[in-house]
Design a protein around this ligand. Structure first.
Ligand SMILES: C[S@@+](CC[C@H](N)C(=O)[O-])C[C@H]1O[C@@H](n2cnc3c(N)ncnc32)[C@H](O)[C@@H]1O
Length: 147
């Protein structure tokens, strides 16, 4: 399995799946559902999904956390522009700045290998003190270099 060090590498590895990611892996929804159930989320929790892809985890978590912040990060802009909004719309959720605190999901373009991902996310959200109650990284860790 190849690993991807830079956003350009991630783009090269995944961009062929833009528009079809949800349908390219039959077991994805079940894996995401199991992970979300395991997290025991509560209203008001903040969640971060790294390598969100088509946003399945975002769609499954947001109803449980209510007005808590729901944030998806991906290095491939096509997933954030196409796949995730399509999936969120099916669950009556909206990409920020649209929607209310109860329906709004934040999508950010960033790589898991960013030198300071926590501070980058906080600055983009304009929430310098935000902490996340659960961080998901599903079907992505094996593509990140060990260092
Ligand atoms: C196999 S898909 C999994 C999507 C989603 N997590 C799921 O399980 O349904 C892998 C996702 O991780 C993203 N990704 C891979 N490497 C990344 C990195 N270094 N930083 C951010 N996103 C990355 C890809 O663009 C793709 O959307």
């Amino acid at each position: 399995m190849p690993t991807y060090s830079t956003p350009a590498d991630v783009n090269d590895g995944f961009r062929h799946l833009v528009g079809i990611l949800e349908y390219s892996s039959a077991h994805t929804a079940a894996v995401c559902k199991l992970a979300v159930q395991s997290a025991n989320l509560r209203p008001g929790d903040n969640i971060l999904d790294i390598g969100t892809g088509h946003g399945e985890v975002l769609a499954l978590t947001k109803p449980s956390i209510g007005s808590g912040m729901c944030v998806g990060v991906d290095a491939v802009n096509g997933f954030l522009q196409t796949d995730a909004p399509f999936r969120l719309q099916r669950s009556q959720l909206h990409v920020a700045p649209c929607g209310t605190a109860e329906t709004q999901v934040h999508l950010l373009l960033a790589s898991a290998t960013h030198a300071n991902l926590p501070n980058f996310i906080r600055s983009r959200l304009q929430r310098p003190g935000i902490l996340f109650n659960a961080i998901f990284a599903i079907q992505i860790l094996h593509t990140i270099p060990p260092d």
